[in-house]
Design a protein around this ligand. Structure first.
Ligand code: FCB
Length: 453
């Protein structure tokens, strides 16, 4: 048998979810409409026209769900707050019922000795703010700070771990530039402006959180894929530069005080996305964005291999590796644990965050319950085991990785994929709202108990 892998003593084992993906109750108790409500209610946007209207009915079943977290033995739980549930119009009047929901959730988690990690924004923007221009508009950042103030004044005595944003790159590029996500706009100029205001709102929110939540730790979560050229050719490497710049450096560089990467300013200018240059960047913004934080959250799932198909090809074209089913999850994402070791090393040694969390990692497999009601999802267990081991190698290299959140606690609404993709440690029957601990959850319970495997 291979050597045992044991994690540092204070290592935190958790699981993650997001409000729109699990809560349902989209218009209950005074909740306002979000951009994801609007988007999913627009025919043709989501596979099968699925919506998050009911989702996992977690708004009603939250106590049971905490019971299941206890069964797995989770030490931490990362969830997000629905902004329009608390501020239905995005700013101004507070919906007390919405705030009470999260307050009770936090109390019950603490009672269960599960540390809450709260994400303030996991994509469900109040629709009223979108109608004023959404993230491309500077006033959305101001509204975010007001929302942050409301939440942290109410929960800041009990919640001590805060994540401002989840994957701002996905919001900017998929929400505003390609339109695959809410609000579904297709304009790179809007995407670049959205990115700036997401980052700005993060920097402006950090001191507000610190004021309202003494001794709290604050960070932001970025999506991080290991981007890799298929060969050492100039064109393949050029593809990696472009995408790594757009998805990662455009966010990480300003957060760590380096400003926007100049090669990407050139790219965006060439694309016509900066008709008036960086006119939306005001004096002091870059310092605000670089406000020191306590940790960086990383969501890692896969690597991307880039190949330009010969010297004359347009280097925008990306050719994935040929698909071998045993190496790909049902999302069509390659299983590549070494990428996690590599990216943790790169990010830590290059940017020097004080510490890191894997705020999401997991795999989509639709393995259903068998006749006995067991969900034998050994593919997921294998995915998690190899990725935990990859994270452990990074720790041995000196990376201060402090915890790991499996995506996801339970099957849920997977954005434009609807309910087809199942990432959960817990099976959800959406008809009956029955939940079943999958075999991977039982395996995870043992890992947590032993702090390794
Ligand atoms: C991430 C999202 C998360 C989930 C996973 C699969 O990009 O943050 O909500 O959908 O992908």
């Amino acid at each position: 048998m291979a050597n045992k892998i044991i994690f540092p003593e204070s290592f935190l084992w958790g699981a993650a979810t997001a409000s729109y993906q699990i809560e349902g109750a989209w218009d209950r108790h005074g909740k306002g409409e979000s951009t994801w409500d609007r988007f999913s209610h627009t025919p043709g946007k989501i596979r099968n026209n699925d919506t998050g209207d009911v989702a996992n009915d977690h708004y009603r079943l939250w106590k049971k769900d905490i019971g299941l977290m206890r069964k797995i033995g989770l030490q931490a739980y990362r969830f997000s707050i629905s902004w329009p549930r608390v501020l239905p119009a995005g700013r101004g009047k507070v919906n007390q019922k919405g705030l009470d929901f999260y307050s009770k959730l936090v109390d019950e988690l603490l009672k269960a000795k599960i540390t809450p990690f709260v994400t303030l924004f996991h994509w469900d923007l109040p629709q009223t703010l979108e109608e004023e221009g959404g993230w491309p508009n500077r006033s959305t950042a101001e509204a975010f700070v007001e929302y942050t103030d409301v939440i942290t004044r109410s929960l800041g005595d009990r919640v001590k771990n805060w994540i401002t944003h989840n994957e701002p790159a996905v919001v900017a590029w998929m929400g505003y530039a390609t339109g695959h996500h809410a609000p579904g706009l297709k304009d790179y100029g809007l995407g670049v402006r959205a990115a700036h205001h997401l980052l700005l709102s993060h920097g402006q929110a950090v001191p507000v959180i610190r004021r309202n939540s003494p001794d709290a730790e604050v960070g932001i979560t970025l999506d991080i894929s290991w981007r890799y050229p298929a060969s050492n050719s100039r064109l393949d490497r050029e593809l990696v530069r472009r995408d790594d710049g757009k998805w990662f450096r455009w966010f990480a560089d300003p957060l760590y005080g380096r400003g926007y990467p100049s090669d990407k300013v050139t790219d965006f200018t060439t694309m016509g996305a900066l008709p008036n240059g960086l006119d939306f960047v005001q004096t002091g913004d870059m310092d605000t964005i670089a406000t020191p934080t306590d940790f960086l959250g990383m969501n890692y799932y896969s690597r991307s291999v880039y190949r330009a198909d010969g010297e004359d090809n347009d280097p925008q074209t990306v050719f994935p590796q040929p698909k071998m089913p045993e190496h790909w999850t049902e999302m069509g994402w390659e299983i590549y644990p070494d990428g996690l070791t590599s990216i943790l090393g790169r990010v830590y040694f290059n940017y020097q965050p004080r510490k890191l969390y894997i705020t999401e990692n997991g795999a989509s497999y639709s393995t259903p319950p068998d006749e006995k009601g067991n969900v034998a999802d050994e593919l997921r267990t294998h995915y998690l085991r190899t990725h935990f081991a990859a994270a452990h190698r990074a720790i041995q290299m000196g990376v201060p990785l402090a915890g790991y959140f499996v995506w996801s606690l339970m099957d849920n609404f997977e954005w434009s994929w609807g309910y087809m993709q199942r990432f959960g440690l817990i099976w959800v029957d959406y008809e009956s709202q029955r939940r079943i601990l999958k075999d991977s959850a039982k395996w995870y319970r043992r890992v947590i108990r032993k702090n390794g495997f």
